[in-house]
Design a protein around this ligand. Structure first.
Ligand SMILES: *[C@@H]1O[C@H](CO)[C@@H](O)[C@H](O)[C@H]1NC(C)=O
Length: 370
């Protein structure tokens, strides 16, 4: 997006306009840009101002209390008309974990974050648990209308309609949070949703292909995106020992053991249940593309897959990509582990097969520090 496009948009929707930095973090209003500009949400009164402000936003980093210190790069702006209103509210549908049901959380103090509102005035916030099957009923919408001080029949109906629509969206899209902030009431009594943040259940990715196709990848590590595509759980870390492990529990235990013995992992990688040659080749590629990696530590527990099959997969993958630029330490246990260990020991590649967990970890750390 080019800042030069912004005045044209403002002209079309009318001045004054509101320009918002589109980053995937909250607290934008109180955020600060690396240009020194204060506020990720700006109101502009003229086309010149629109141009000047958007130049200071686009391509720069916005730091909010929800981002890391360096902030997030702003690649997109959201330009909207400035709507005059009398009152602003907070309205959300979320998951109440304690009660294990959806719930409405609403506050009279819109605009600011809900955590602050709860602290400064607990009576300004209500939480209404919902029955998942039944959704919004009259009692629930009346409670919200009462909190908002929207007492007329027409306004109550509007709240009920809005909540019903939101709840349908929540249910049909496997959402975990639909947050409207602010929801505003205009002088003529209209209710308008001015901004929103929606979260969706990652586990429902396969049920919501259209929705997840919209996911923005720009701020993610390229390897994390590639790993997700291949079906791995991958998280980039700060160290130099690349891990390939089957099972999330074993992956955690591996990281703990490496950390305990004084090493640092470059990644968490759960390769899942399959240890085929393709899986191993993909996992090696992902881990080795990271130039910080000094050694690859493979920790596989073979249950259904036998140790000799795992060893065959590791050896073929290492041959296919080889010669590998770093040594491999393999700790193989489980069904037919002895057969697999013997194959690894005899394959003639730079593979150290160590059956004992602690010894394997210590060797990986030693090799990484060389
Ligand atoms: C929710 O509503 C359904 C349908 O009326 C009912 O069968 C169910 O018991 C309710 N669940 C709870 C937790 O109240």
């Amino acid at each position: 997006m080019d800042p030069k496009e912004v005045p044209g948009v403002c002209e079309k929707i009318g001045l004054p306009s509101v320009i918002k930095a589109q980053v995937l973090a909250g607290g934008r209003g109180k955020g600060v840009f690396d240009t020194g500009l204060k506020g990720g949400v700006q109101i502009v009164e003229s086309l010149d101002e629109a141009s000047a402000i958007s130049t200071q936003m686009l391509g720069h980093y916005l730091r909010t209390k929800q981002t890391k210190d360096s902030g997030l790069p702003v690649h997109k702006l959201y330009v909207t008309e400035k709507i005059p209103y009398n009152k602003e509210f907070y309205l959300s549908i979320c998951v109440d974990r304690d009660r294990r049901c959806p719930a409405i959380v609403a506050s009279r103090s819109g605009g600011m974050d809900i955590e602050t509102a709860v602290k400064t005035d607990p009576t300004s916030v209500v939480r209404v648990p919902l029955n998942y099957t039944e959704g919004i009923n009259e009692a629930a919408s009346s409670e919200v209308a009462r909190l908002f001080g929207l007492a007329s029949g027409v306004q109550k109906d509007k709240i009920h309609e809005l909540l019903t629509t939101l709840y349908e969206l929540f249910k049909s899209h496997d959402a975990t949070l639909l947050e409207i902030n602010p929801l505003v009431a205009t002088a003529s009594g209209d209710l308008i949703c001015l901004d929103a943040k929606f979260n969706f259940d990652n586990a429902a990715r396969f049920r919501q292909p259209e929705l997840f196709a919209l996911e923005e990848q720009a701020d993610r590590d390229a390897r994390e995106i590639e790993a997700a595509r291949l079906g791995f759980s991958y998280v980039r870390l700060d160290g130099n020992i690349g891990n390939i492990v089957n099972g999330a529990g074993l992956a955690m235990a591996t990281m703990d053991a490496i950390d305990y013995h004084g090493g640092k992992c470059s990644n968490f990688l759960d390769a899942g249940g399959k240890a085929t040659k393709e899986t191993m080749t993909d996992a090696f590629r992902i881990v080795l593309e990271d130039e910080r990696v000094k050694v690859v530590f493979i920790n596989i527990y073979g249950g259904i897959i036998h140790g000799d099959m795992v060893a065959t997969s590791i050896i073929s993958a290492a041959r296919e990509l080889g010669p590998l630029r770093v040594p491999l330490v393999v700790r193989l246990q489980g069904t037919s582990a002895d057969k697999g260990q013997a194959m690894l020991a005899q394959c003639g590649l730079d593979i150290h097969s160590v059956a004992d967990f602690t010894e394997a970890v210590q060797l990986a750390i030693r090799l990484a520090s060389q």
